[in-house]
Design a protein around this ligand. Structure first.
Ligand SMILES: [Zn+2]
Ligand SMILES: [Zn+2]
Length: 106
């Protein structure tokens, strides 16, 4: 995947999560360059013994390190997505926060 330009607004295509097909919320960018939402990462990647759902790259040691350092979320990309699609992010956040899902500790 190409490296994203910092300033340009992202198209919806670029900001879309390949797992849930929604806007990327708190994107986790894996070493292979694929990005999924944090909750998709936790649901999908962790269930598939920590392989990228798109290219099957094993990301287990990377994920352990990132969660230990609390840097799973690609803050730069997240910022860019929020700037590019504030309305969609807000709606998804509201949807998500509306659900009373118990948060699992990282
Ligand atoms: Zn997702
Ligand atoms: Zn991948």
């Amino acid at each position: 995947m190409k490296v994203l330009p910092r300033s340009a607004p992202l198209s919806l295509e670029e900001a879309r999560c390949p797992v849930c097909s929604e806007i990327l919320l708190e994107p986790v960018t894996m070493p292979c360059g694929h990005s999924v939402c944090l909750h998709c990462f936790q649901r999908t990647v962790k269930l598939t013994s920590l392989c990228c759902p798109l290219c099957r790259l094993r990301v287990s040691s990377w994920a352990r390190k990132q969660s230990r350092e609390k840097s799973l979320v690609n803050a730069e990309l997240w910022e860019l997505i929020r700037l590019s699609h504030p309305e969609r992010c807000r709606r998804r956040m509201e949807q998500r926060d509306g659900q009373t899902v118990k948060k699992t500790s990282k």
